[in-house]
Design a protein around this ligand. Sequence first.
Ligand SMILES: Nc1ncnc2c1ncn2[C@@H]1O[C@H](COP(=O)(O)OP(=O)(O)OP(=O)(O)O)[C@@H](O)[C@H]1O
Ligand code: SF4
Ligand SMILES: [Mg+2]
Length: 328
Amino acid sequence: MSGPLLAIDNLQVKFSRNEDEVCAVNGVSFSINENETLGIVGESGSGKSVTLMSSIGLLRENGKITAGTAMFQGRDLLKLKPKQLEDIRGRDIGVVFQDPMTSLNPVMRIGDQIMEAMLTHHYVSRKEAFERTLHLLHEMGIPDPKARFKNYPHEFSGGMRQRIMIAIALACEPQLLIADEPTTALDVTVQMQILALLQELRSKRGMSVVMVTHDFGVATNFCDKIIVMYGGQIMEVAKTEQFIRETAHPYSIGLKRSIIEVGQRGKEIMPIPGVSKSLTEIPTSCSFAPRCSFATERCLRELPKLRAFGGDHQIACHHAEEVVSLAK
Ligand SMILES: Nc1ncnc2c1ncn2[C@@H]1O[C@H](COP(=O)(O)OP(=O)(O)OP(=O)(O)O)[C@@H](O)[C@H]1O
Ligand code: SF4
Ligand SMILES: [Mg+2]
């Protein structure tokens, strides 16, 4: 296939909240290629989940997509009917959520839940689905798959439940896996095991992964490309090595500086001083300006657009060149 596997262009998502309308995602564009792992980082409320979930039709009732396209295999996901999206989700695009307990059915045996994922999409026959489920459980590192097939979600640890969620997401061998903070709720050892498993499966199957994470260490260790979001917009996009070498957006620089090391816990994003701007107005200035030490009068009157900053590096900042030279 030529071109990206998924290309999101100018996505805008709004929510109605009481009397207000909140613009949670404003003009987000990015793409993911085959065999690529993309990490989306940014503080809480920056629009990471809404960006991903709205593009696959998992938007809350009070939300609406007001602009944009999300091209996947030649089709715009944003124009598809709910049933068509259901067919794509689970078959071509696997989804892993942060908390497996809210996504797994507590009264259904886990083996049946994995089989159901295959049978719903008429992926294989019932007999094949059973064999494949045992194989998947084995691949996920769940010991004694035949016995564990019959267990219910509460009979597993958090890490094992997350593995089961991944097994369900991978049941139909999707080309793209969307994982929204797949390991945040887990302790660090289990987190590392799951990420290593995901990486192994990704290279074995040649699939692409978009992963939302709060953890910079996870993003830089596991992803080929990094997107930094702030206030519903993309602030920086770069290949990981480029991002490590030449972080250019004041917000990303702040995030990198605020990384803390807590023993083995890895590198977590800590808040940067200041408050985020309200999302009720569509910004006409840089949304990071109230917290930015590089802000000028131009930043207050002109919204910086995402622009090329050498090679594949993109940045939404009027003064990135000066910022980089000062940061050196
Ligand atoms: N159903 C909703 N109704 C109103 N506002 C919403 C709704 N869902 C999300 N939002 C708002 O949209 C913005 C982006 O939310 P989103 O969940 O994408 O953030 P996030 O970057 O994933 O944060 P986190 O790291 O906490 O998961 C937030 O300001 C949030 O309050
Ligand atoms: S555009 Fe201005 S306010 Fe925004 S990040 Fe760049 S320097 Fe800071
Ligand atoms: Mg989220």
